[in-house]
Ligand binder design. Structure first.
Ligand SMILES: NC(=O)c1ccc[n+]([C@@H]2O[C@H](COP(=O)([O-])OP(=O)(O)OC[C@H]3O[C@@H](n4cnc5c(N)ncnc54)[C@H](O)[C@@H]3O)[C@@H](O)[C@H]2O)c1
Length: 374
């Protein structure tokens, strides 16, 4: 355990923003972080007002993230890490500024809006002493980590099939034409880089790799934009081939009515299969071949004996999105505090994998649905 709470800064996440507030709650759950500085909005007045809402001292409420990086690096009590919760095209500049200032970076996904921006972040990470963590937060769910351990131990046998999907419905109609600002930048190709594929497909792709340890070697994608006049994909079907011969499918959609945050993973090996659904994350189905299916809960030492290490309250009391996110923050605090090796934390490599996935899908679909290899 670190001797003190780590000091956190935030770029983005001001009034009216979505994920910044989730990061703030998640960072506090295990009492390891305190928010002390921010450049919370691209609009200076909103940045100031948002900082006031959060009790950030006026001299640490910045209107510009570059000024924040310089000023915080110069303070004896400067921030240990910064959370970057801006739209995708605005990850690279702040990430590089803080890494160059020697400040750890906790950045939301996808890594960037373009491969060029991603490459520049990776260069900065390689040249920095500071750490870079990417919040593929679903890797923080206890049963996801348990599933990974079970597969590592060979409880599923040799993995043959992986089915991953992340389906939502909130872009079924062209809400970006109204005043939904989250929809507006997500459907702007310059700001988002990709549509459903980048926004949620990268989560599914990251999750399947995290759980199975498989590396996708080639893929074939069929991307679609159903929204009238929409310039980014809002639905994608992808076939995946993995090293070692396993096969997979990934579906990402934001136009599937009835789906809220339908992230689902199914993995089948020669000995058993597992199934997990984000909307009911405290249970997982484990089906050994030829035996009755078992429901594995989050808390029981049970099969893997793993999930209990990442839970906070007794089984049967639901934990979910915020707690999974908190585990990323707590692991990050450990890593920064010199405890553990951060092996379970998504990092720059996870981000670059996501960027490969997006680029390969766009290339495949653009060519009419051809196989694209590494
Ligand atoms: N991990 C997850 O589950 C998850 C969920 C939602 C969003 N995200 C990611 O988080 C990021 C933000 O998404 P969101 O939905 O919160 O967006 P949002 O539009 O709600 O918020 C973006 C914020 O960034 C601010 N901003 C923009 N440019 C800035 C600048 N130069 N300096 C300071 N602030 C600036 C805006 O003013 C706003 O406060 C995206 O990369 C998105 O992909 C991740």
């Amino acid at each position: 355990m670190a001797q003190r709470r780590l000091r956190l800064g935030m770029v983005g996440g001001g009034r009216g923003a979505f994920i910044g507030a989730v990061h703030r709650i998640a960072s506090r759950i295990d009492d390891r972080w305190e928010l002390v500085a921010g450049a919370l909005s691209s609009d200076p007045e909103r940045a100031r007002a948002s900082a006031e809402d959060l009790n950030i001292a006026p001299d640490r409420a910045y209107s510009d993230f570059r000024e924040m990086a310089r000023a915080e690096a110069a303070r004896a009590d400067g921030i240990d890490a910064v959370s970057i919760v801006t739209p995708n095209h605005m990850h690279a500049e702040p990430a590089i500024a803080f890494l160059e200032a020697g400040i750890h970076v906790i950045c939301d996904k996808p890594l960037a809006a373009t491969p060029e921006q991603a490459r520049r972040i990776a260069e900065a990470v390689n040249g920095a002493k500071a750490r870079f963590i990417l919040t593929h937060n679903y890797t923080g769910y206890p049963l996801i980590r348990q599933a990974r351990e079970m597969i590592e131990r060979g409880e599923l046998g040799e993995i043959r099939l992986v089915q991953a999907e992340y389906a939502q419905d909130w872009l079924t109609e062209s809400v970006e034409k109204g005043d939904n600002k989250q929809a507006a930048w997500r459907t702007n190709p310059e700001m988002a880089g990709a549509g459903a594929l980048g926004d949620i497909g990268t989560h599914a792709f990251n999750l399947l790799s995290f759980v199975t340890g498989l590396r996708c070697e080639s893929l074939l994608a069929d991307l679609q934009s159903f929204g009238a006049g929409r310039q980014v994909d809002d639905n994608g079907h992808v076939l995946l081939r993995f090293g070692g011969g396993a096969r997979g499918m990934l579906w990402a959609s934001q136009v599937a009515p009835g789906n809220e945050n339908g992230l689902r993973l199914r993995v089948y090996g020669t000995k058993a299969g597992i199934e997990w659904h984000q909307e009911n994350p405290n249970v997982m189905t484990f089906a050994p071949l030829g035996e009755p299916k078992r429901i594995v809960t989050r808390g029981g030492a049970g099969l893997g004996g793993g999930a209990g290490r990442w839970t906070r309250i007794p089984p049967g009391h639901p934990e979910g999105y915020l707690e999974g996110f908190a585990t990323i923050y707590t692991d990050a605090a450990d890593l920064i505090g010199g405890v553990g090796d951060g092996a379970l934390l998504p990092n720059i490599d996870s981000g670059l994998e996501g960027m490969w996935f997006i680029e390969a899908c766009q290339r495949s679909s653009g060519a009419g649905g051809t196989w694209v290899a590494r």
